[in-house]
Design a binder for this molecule. Sequence first.
Ligand SMILES: Nc1ncnc2c1ncn2[C@@H]1O[C@H](COP(=O)(O)OP(=O)(O)O)[C@@H](O)[C@H]1O
Ligand SMILES: Nc1ccn([C@@H]2O[C@H](COP(=O)(O)OP(=O)(O)O)[C@@H](O)[C@H]2O)c(=O)n1
Ligand SMILES: [Mg+2]
Length: 209
Amino acid sequence: MGTVVESANQGAGTLPTNKKVTVIFVLGGPGSGKGTQCTNIVENFGYTHLSAGDLLRAEIKSGSENGTMISNMIKEGKIVPSEVTIKLLQRAIQENGNDKFLIDGFPRNEENRAAFELVTGIEPECVLFFDCPEEEMERRLLGRNQGREDDNIETIRKRFKVYMESSLPVIEYYNSKGKVRKIDAAKRVGEVLEAVKAVFAPADEKVAA
Ligand SMILES: Nc1ncnc2c1ncn2[C@@H]1O[C@H](COP(=O)(O)OP(=O)(O)O)[C@@H](O)[C@H]1O
Ligand SMILES: Nc1ccn([C@@H]2O[C@H](COP(=O)(O)OP(=O)(O)O)[C@@H](O)[C@H]2O)c(=O)n1
Ligand SMILES: [Mg+2]
């Protein structure tokens, strides 16, 4: 953890650059449609999408010294140590001119959650939870066709196990704080988007609708 914590300069909602940001965590099992709907939210509501998985895959491609370790962990469906992922997220937030971020696929375990809060001082505005049965997620992952090394049945089973054991408790944690907005993610893309839009629509528009 060392360097990340030492470089932190705290204050609720601030980063080391003192940039004040709004963050929404987008969580749900592998294949639940997080990335797909984040693209839709960006188009409709002006957020910047940061996918933890995409940042980790870009880090591998960049030839970073951590690349081999990250690659091995992704192939095994394991969760990369928080300090690595948080540094990438922090950098992406700081480099971006926007102040509203959707953080997709993070936090994935208690360590991710606690370390992010400690290092950045950021508490999420809310958590979008894409709830989808495992059979449907499996079908989608096997059909995803993005050439990902972890979209094979053996790794998919490991990812489901990690999701159940490590990621669901994080969603439970935020649920107990009243922050979770649960979306039925088993429906078609357009229907899921409508449910997502209802979460983002201001309260007065919801009444009018
Ligand atoms: N509601 C949906 N119904 C059917 N397929 C979907 C739906 N949402 C996403 N997909 C497809 O399922 C796969 C996984 O979606 P993705 O957004 O990458 O999920 P995640 O980021 O949660 O793993 C992709 O091929 C995507 O096109
Ligand atoms: N917070 C995170 C997010 C992803 N990852 C790794 O990256 C892999 C792919 O994550 P992803 O979010 O792109 O996967 P999907 O849920 O989108 O299918 C995970 O299975 C983990 O190995 C991680 O270690 N820590
Ligand atoms: Mg994704």
